[in-house]
Design a protein around this ligand. Structure first.
Ligand SMILES: Nc1ncnc2c1ncn2[C@@H]1O[C@H](COP(=O)(O)OP(=O)(O)OP(=O)(O)O)[C@@H](O)[C@H]1O
Ligand SMILES: [Mg+2]
Length: 151
């Protein structure tokens, strides 16, 4: 992704998170891996919808891949691979579903619950931390430096 210094933002409501995702998509490059951290309902999927929208995909077609683990969006300049690792049991299962082909491919990977598959995440990945400030307010930190586990 085309950034060096940490990027911080605060949004109020899912629409603003969508817009944030949409504008940060301008920084995307082939092969990017974006790890998305935050509690259930933090806004990881909301952000991803906006990000996909920014890359030319229909945001209405971007939904949580919680049950299918990976959704692929293709046909525009950059393919997008949206992972939700919440239900991945272990690294072996992640490998079975072809995770490495996606991680080392030419698309952009957005990964919800990356903690589940951390051993597979290459060091070039970038990290987006989302925190619930209140019911509608979320704070975002996009950084190249992962925080220590516990998140
Ligand atoms: N500022 C905000 N940004 C994003 N979502 C918000 C915001 N304020 C309220 N919300 C609400 O929070 C929820 C975010 O849901 P979303 O599915 O994006 O979360 P998630 O982090 O993907 O959760 P999960 O881990 O369950 O997949 C939505 O119901 C949305 O309307
Ligand atoms: Mg989600």
């Amino acid at each position: 992704m085309k950034f060096n210094d940490d990027i911080r933002a605060t949004t109020s409501g899912a629409d603003e998170t969508h817009k944030l995702g949409r504008s940060l998509a301008a920084l995307a490059e082939p092969g990017d891996i974006i790890c998305l951290y935050g509690d259930l309902g933090a806004g990881k999927t909301a952000f991803t919808k906006g990000f996909c929208h920014g890359l030319g995909y229909n945001p209405d077609q971007v939904n949580s891949p919680t049950f299918t683990l990976i959704h692929e969006y293709r046909g525009k300049t950059l393919p997008v691979f949206h992972f939700d690792a919440y239900r991945i049991k272990n690294v072996a299962e992640a490998l079975e579903i072809g995770t490495e082909d996606y991680l080392y491919g030419e698309g952009v990977c957005l990964i919800e619950w990356p903690q589940r598959i951390m051993e597979l995440i290459p060091p070039e990945a970038v990290h987006l931390y989302i925190e619930k400030v209140s019911a509608d307010v979320r704070s975002f930190l996009l950084t190249r430096n992962p925080k220590k586990p516990a998140n």
